[in-house]
Ligand binder design. Structure first.
Ligand SMILES: Nc1ncnc2c1ncn2[C@@H]1O[C@H](COP(=O)(O)OP(=O)(O)OP(=O)(O)O)[C@@H](O)[C@H]1O
Length: 669
């Protein structure tokens, strides 16, 4: 057998050859597409009489290239980590400067059922809302106003930075507050074609997590509802023989650990590894809530619905520690003015329950903003016991007990949220208002509440000079954050490209020298585009490895006997020890590590072709390297979820029933 080889080319690393060939044909040397097939390489001059004889120095060159690629990847990764650190610090400072509890206002557009007047009572600026009422005007300043025209996308853009902060390890709480029918559920859940914050956030966190290979993320999800003092688990499995109603009504206890960590005892907490799973659970939770709505009269707008994502972070970037943070997304019950409505009985109790819990929430947030020593998470509880005592003195024990049970239960909302409203956490409250004249009274109540939550900072109105200074600082930090993010993305692109080259070399090395992939080795291809597969990086990596492994033809994968010969210890030392492996361990199908070999023997040609096809197959099956893939939950398509499993709002016919249930208290007068 005669193989002709250019001896000089044998010592050239593959990328040099590629570069030379690429530039000769006007190709981008970085691109793998358009590379000539090995079979197309021109014949060379040197010749060997036996195919099994491959110069040792060529093997060394290949090993060195692999070694260098690994070094390059680890250097890039460490740069990426420090950039991520910079980005996190900048983002955190921005959020702190803007305020750790921010209040936005969204104005609902007019609905076809609304009576529209020529002169609208609400006018908006970027941070101000003006309300006209009987000849007087009242102005409210908030952090951001989302006018009637604001789309779901506009809302999500404002929420995005705080989500990033959740992945960075902070406890986060996003709350939708407002009068019944002003669009809280629309903002949080959305509609099929206009997804709300929760489904977008689920998509965004998995997408962002899949891009960060320096941290390993784990996610789990829970959903519950607070209705008239009972906590209802919305993801509990339905036990056979019991209606969901009975199963879900189990009253759960809240536990506060010494370190301040709050846990709802017995609450279903399910691991989720990708967006599809999470959205499936979210749909289940929403339906559970819907079911109870149809069965329990008036429960629709009389409850708070809470979705929690627990985020676990571990890995090199956080020095081997495991950190857990929480993201709460809350659709609060509708606030009502009880005196105006003149409601009685159950409706009055529900209204009181919601208003009390909302007022307790306002107290807690206001206290936190004032950075008071005592935060009244349980203030309502103390009050309730005093009330109960007084009443018992007056021998109205029964009445007092009923009231105290209700009040205790209502404070549960603030108890559950206490570790996401305290130090180091960040909260965003989206207050919703109606554009209608007849709702102006309730609109003012809502905006007063919003002002109260924001009161302390706005009372300390900064001077113009200080305001400018603050804005300058924020934009400077924002630039730093964006620069770090851009650099990080570039690094990511470089890592992906180097990983592809490394992977090719490793494959070439294994196929040539019959060594097998080291399971602990960096043998990943490019990271998958999160728009196609949204999962945790670890999962994506595993899938990629499997894919790579399966892409080898059978004769190139290890047999039981060869695995036995090649102990794991041998495999682990590919870069250092493999170069000393004897040539006689190679099979007759092996060829030199350098792809500059030309050949004339037909069998050899077949092997080379199949090897080349493998590499091309791998390229086609790995998603393209995107320099800056956009995660933004704005892409509302959910490609991989079957139609019947997609996140959808409540069924229209059910919605019809619900809207009848949604008795507006103002209509009861
Ligand atoms: N920004 C918006 N754009 C279009 N439609 C909206 C918007 N906001 C609310 N709506 C519509 O207004 C109606 C009431 O909204 P929604 O049910 O979200 O109110 P809510 O505040 O959640 O009420 P409740 O307190 O009873 O739960 C729905 O039909 C919804 O589609």
């Amino acid at each position: 057998m005669l193989v002709s080889v250019d001896e000089e080319e044998l010592s050239l690393p593959l990328e040099n050859i590629r570069e030379a060939m690429g530039s000769a044909e006007g190709l981008d040397p970085d691109s793998l597409d358009g590379l000539p097939m090995l079979s197309e390489l021109p014949p060379t001059t040197a010749s060997y009489t036996d195919v099994n004889v491959v110069p040792e120095h060529d093997k060394k060159a290949l090993e060195e290239t692999i070694f260098n690629f690994k070094g390059e990847i680890s250097g890039l990764r460490s740069k990426q980590r420090s950039l991520d650190e910079k980005r996190r610090e900048a983002l955190n400072s921005i959020l702190d400067l803007k305020g750790s509890i921010r209040v936005f206002c969204r104005v609902r557009p007019f609905l076809s059922s609304d009576r529209k007047r020529i002169r609208e009572p609400i006018s908006t600026g970027s941070e101000k809302v003006l309300v006209r009422l009987a000849g007087s005007r009242k102005e409210f300043s908030l952090d951001k106003i989302l006018a009637q025209e604001a789309t779901q996308e506009d809302v999500f853009v404002e929420v995005e930075p705080i989500l990033r902060s959740a992945l960075d390890g902070h406890n986060i709480c996003i709350l939708a507050y407002g009068q019944t029918g002003t669009g809280k559920t629309f903002t949080m859940e959305g509609k099929r074609d206009r997804l709300g914050i929760v489904p977008r956030a689920l998509k965004e966190i998995f997408c962002q997590a899949s891009q960060d290979s320096s941290v390993s993320f784990t996610f789990s999800m829970s959903m519950l509802e607070v209705y008239m003092g009972s906590l209802r688990d919305l993801l509990t499995p339905k036990p056979s023989g019991r209606t969901y109603e009975t199963a879900a009504k189990s009253n759960l206890n809240i536990q506060t650990h010494r370190n301040g960590f709050v846990e709802v005892e017995g609450l279903t907490d399910l691991n989720v590894s990708d967006f599809t799973q999470a959205s499936r659970l979210y749909t289940k939770g929403r339906h559970a809530r819907s079911t109870s709505w149809t069965n329990v009269n008036e429960a629709s707008s009389r409850s708070h619905c809470l979705t929690r994502i627990n985020i676990g972070r571990s890995g090199e970037a956080i020095k081997g520690k495991v950190e857990v943070s929480k993201l709460w997304m809350v659709d609060l019950g509708g606030s009502e003015r009880l005196l105006k409505t003149g409601a009685t009985g159950q409706t009055l109790d529900e209204g009181k329950a919601i208003n009390l819990s909302l007022s307790a929430l306002g107290d807690v947030i206001a206290a936190l903003k004032r950075k008071r020593g005592h935060v009244p998470y349980r203030q309502v509880l103390a009050w309730c016991w005093a009330l109960s005592f007084n009443f018992s003195l007056s021998l109205i024990i029964l009445n007092a007990e009923i009231k105290s049970v209700m009040i205790i239960a209502n404070s549960k909302l603030t108890q559950i949220l206490q570790d996401t409203l305290g130090d180091g956490s960040k909260a965003l409250m989206l207050v919703h208002i109606s554009p209608c004249e007849e709702d102006v009274g309730e609109t003012i109540c809502t905006l007063n509440f919003a002002q109260r939550v924001r009161a302390v900072e706005s009372n300390r109105e900064l001077s113009e000079e200080l305001k400018k200074h603050k804005e300058k600082k924020i934009s400077e930090l924002d630039r730093q954050r964006k620069d770090a993010e851009e650099e990080w993305q570039k690094m990511r692109g470089q890592i992906q490209k180097t990983e592809i080259l490394l992977h090719e070399k490793q494959k070439l090395f294994s196929s040539t020298y019959q060594l097998f992939d080291d399971p602990n080795d960096i043998t990943v291809g490019p990271q998958e585009d999160c728009r196609e597969v949204i999962g945790t990086p670890r999962k994506a990596e595993t899938a990629m490895r499997k894919n790579n492994c399966n892409s080898l033809p059978r004769f190139m994968t290890s047999t039981a006997a060869s695995r036995h010969r090649q102990s794991p210890a041998d495999v682990e030392i590919i870069p250092s020890r493999a170069r000393f492996l004897r040539l006689d361990t190679r099979s007759s199908f092996q060829f030199s590590g350098s792809q500059s070999l030309s050949y004339s023997e037909p069998n050899f040609r077949t092997v080379l072709r199949s090897s080349n096809r493998i590499s091309r197959y791998a390229e086609h099956n790995t998603p393209p390297v995107t320099d800056n893939p956009k995660c933004n939950g704005s892409d509302t398509r959910i490609p991989s979820t079957p139609r019947n499993k997609r996140v959808t709002p409540s069924q229209p016919n059910l919605r019809g029933t619900l809207s009848r249930h949604r008795r507006r208290m103002s209509d009861l007068v």
